[in-house]
Design a protein around this ligand. Structure first.
Ligand code: ATP
Length: 313
């Protein structure tokens, strides 16, 4: 039985140091929001299962091998012969702007269905972690996460949802239509401050948090980038600063943050402790190259436990 089951998409990620059209050396890794969370949790010693579909191809083997190497449970990973693993290319445009191109149309993950997920759900779990990316991939993944969330709550598990809006995949209106019906099943809602309006109406942040709590969410966790993060529930309101770190690569910070929060929750920490672990992991991710490569193991956590304003080098 896993502590956390997470369902999603993982892609091969090719990174180039300059414009791709010039060729040259590149580095291949794996990218995927739920994939990042699963690895972050496993590094902290939690039993995490990642369920998703990859192609029966070399990128798919890279996904499976990386998960296994990191101690994530992979028995629910599906390998399709009729669809490839998705791919993303990250390069640097002239002028220094980071640029990402996705090749995921018709990918194995875009057809992920509830039938694919059911065996993983049947294994049992304390909590189910979802993001707003998987339901954006198509009708089948949207149905899969919706059924998974319903079943998780019926079985007494908690459900976390990171809104993780991706404007290349769908509009804010489409995301709102898909994600708002999930809210009654969501225990922990995680969002950037600018994503709150996707899942809740209201004039300002306070109104939107209120609307989320009214909809049945128990814990609202707000990511604010270098400005830190906040926690709100019916009784508690906490704000935490970000740790001062040299900013190397901000991609993946949100997923690391989410894993830190969920890890604290699994360990029975109070809201302050959960937020502290979340901002610690977010900062650790920002301070290293890669989406998940720089995340700490449980043994490494104490060395990272610095006060806000201290520098992590
Ligand atoms: P992404 O989608 O790229 O993963 P996000 O928008 O979901 O990012 P952010 O708000 O950028 O998430 O970051 C999540 C958390 O990571 C923040 O709340 C903060 O605690 C930490 N963090 C982000 N940027 C920094 C930074 N520059 N310095 C220190 N901590 C940071």
């Amino acid at each position: 039985r896993a502590e956390v089951l997470t369902i999603g998409e993982a892609m091969a990620a090719v990174r180039c140091a300059g414009p791709l059209r010039l060729g040259g050396a590149s580095r291949i890794s794996v990218a995927g929001a739920e994939f990042n969370v699963a690895i972050a949790l496993a590094r902290l010693g939690h039993a995490a299962r990642w369920a998703g579909a990859v192609g029966e191809d070399e990128p798919g083997e890279l996904v499976r091998r990386t998960l296994r190497a990191e101690g994530v449970l992979t028995d629910a990973v599906i390998r399709r012969t009729d669809a490839p693993t998705g791919l993303l290319l990250r390069d640097v445009a002239p002028g220094g702007r980071a640029r990402v191109s996705y090749y995921r149309t018709g990918s194995a993950a875009s057809a992920l269905s509830w039938e694919d997920i059911r065996p993983a759900a049947d294994h049992g779990f304390a909590g189910l972690h979802l993001t707003g990316i998987t339901p954006a991939l198509g009708p089948a993944p949207l149905a899969a996460v919706t059924v998974a969330a319903d079943q998780a709550r019926n079985r007494g598990s908690w459900v976390s949802l990171d809104v993780n809006h991706r404007s290349l995949l769908w509009t804010r209106d489409a995301a709102a239509r898909a994600l708002r019906p999930l809210l009654p099943q969501v225990t922990v809602l995680i969002a950037s401050d600018d994503e709150l309006a996707i899942v809740a109406d209201g004039d300002g942040e306070r109104d939107r948090v209120e609307a989320l709590l009214d909809a049945g969410v128990e814990e609202v966790v707000i990511k604010r980038g270098a400005a830190g993060a906040s926690y709100r529930d019916a009784r508690t309101s906490l704000d935490a600063p970000a740790l001062a770190v040299p900013v190397v690569d901000v991609v993946g910070a949100g997923d690391a943050f989410t894993a830190g929060y969920l890890s604290g929750r699994l360990d029975g920490l109070d809201a302050h402790g959960r937020l502290e672990r979340a901002t610690l992991l977010g900062a650790a991710c920002v301070a290293c190259d890669g989406d998940w490569e720089g995340l700490p193991t449980r043994d490494e956590l104490p060395a990272l436990r610095l006060r806000a304003g201290d520098t992590l080098r």
